[in-house]
Design a protein around this ligand. Structure first.
Ligand code: FES
Ligand SMILES: [Fe+2]
Length: 372
């Protein structure tokens, strides 16, 4: 039997129906490992960030011993949100702004007005509720599930699936790179449109003139993600992964000869994209906020010596920043059409996009789990 050249996408409702989004929050974002903050952003004891994971606000902070803890950002007394801002630095403890219950950096309840007169309040039992944490690639990943899925299978497995070997990323030494630039995009589109767009390169020739100059094979519409272990090669005259193909920054020393002058893109479901090039690594973290809105935070990471020296990274950042704008514009143009009556049954995937079908199957499988 021959493979059909067109296969259907998800129906339009999958991108506009708040009930679908709610189920995704419940069964995807609140169950899987979620890449929340960059470890280096929690640079001293008491440094904290709050992050939206599914329907929950999560408080992530650095402990006195240098570890990382994550908690539901909810006071155990009467449930007020403990930290209201996106980031901050606590001097000694977290104090609730309502009745001043106070927690240490391990989440333990250490003080409250009249606490000593209320001996039945167990300070551990009424501590902040913990969330599972892992640090990997220089980021803090959290999981809200009671029993988290295997980090090795889900997160590291995605790298292995793409690169053919989980250690193929080791040479980039991602955890020890420094932040050269961070840009936040507020995209008026469903998170799945952004994943799908990242997975295919059928659109590259149309909307990414600068990228296809640097990676000529992308003009053929076949994404590097299509072939295990393949990295798209820089064009002959291209000196670096920059907006005009000019020289990049200092190469990361551990990057092997076979990975030199090549670009690799990895999708770690549900919300992370990684790009590897010889002199920098780009990490995208998505924060799905509503059925039609996704915040994407994008970090450009370089060798610490490059960032410390104050070298100009503009030409380097500009290439993928422009790619991001082109991609997110396209996603924002798709979003309103998803609710159209002519898209009720969805659209189609051409052969070079067939791997997106596997993503759709995965989404449907997750949403089906536990469905009554
Ligand atoms: S709600 Fe936090 S101390 Fe009362
Ligand atoms: Fe793109």
């Amino acid at each position: 039997m021959s493979t059909p050249s067109l296969i259907p996408t998800l129906p339009g409702a999958a991108y506009v129906d708040p009930a679908v989004f709610r189920t995704e929050q419940e069964r995807i974002f609140e169950q899987m490992w979620f890449c929340a903050v960059r470890s280096a952003d929690l640079d001293k004891p008491g440094a904290w960030r709050t992050v939206q994971v599914g329907r929950e606000s999560v408080l992530i902070s650095r402990t006195r011993k240098g570890g990382v803890r994550a908690f539901y950002n909810i006071c155990r007394h009467r449930g007020v949100k403990l930290c209201l801002e996106e980031q901050g630095e606590a001097a000694r403890s977290f104090q609730c702004p309502y009745h001043a219950w106070t927690y240490d950096f391990e989440g333990k309840l250490i003080a409250a007005p009249n606490l000593t007169k209320m001996p039945d309040i167990d300070r551990d039992e009424y501590g902040l509720v913990k969330v599972h944490v892992r640090e990997y690639l220089g980021y803090v990943w959290v999981c809200l599930a009671d029993e988290p899925p295997s980090f090795e299978a889900d997160v590291m497995g995605a790298i292995e699936e793409r690169l053919g070997d989980v250690h193929a990323i080791d040479g980039y030494d991602v955890a020890n790179l420094s932040l050269g630039r961070r840009i936040r995009y507020d995209v008026k589109a469903n998170w799945k449109l952004i994943v799908e767009n990242f997975m295919e390169c059928y659109h590259c020739a149309t909307i990414h003139p600068e990228l296809t100059e640097v990676l000529p094979e992308f003009a053929d519409g076949l994404a590097a993600q299509y072939f295990v272990g393949h990295g798209a090669e820089f064009g002959e005259d291209v000196k670096g992964f920059t907006i005009d193909g000019s020289e990049g920054l200092d190469a990361i020393p551990g990057v092997g000869e076979d990975q030199d002058r090549r670009y690799y893109a990895i999708t770690i479901k549900p919300t992370v994209f990684v790009n590897l090039v010889p002199d920098h690594v780009i990490i995208h973290r998505m924060f799905p906020m509503a059925v039609d809105r996704t915040v994407v935070e994008c970090d450009w990471l370089y060798l610490p010596s490059v960032v410390e020296s104050g070298k100009d990274v503009t030409a380097s950042v500009e290439l993928f920043h422009r790619v991001n704008q082109q991609d997110f514009d396209a996603c924002e143009r798709c979003q309103p059409a998803m609710g159209s009556r002519v898209y009720a049954n969805g659209g189609v995937l051409v052969p070079s996009e067939h791997h997106i079908g596997a993503f759709h199957d995965w989404v449907q499988e997750r949403l089906g789990e536990g469905a009554s």
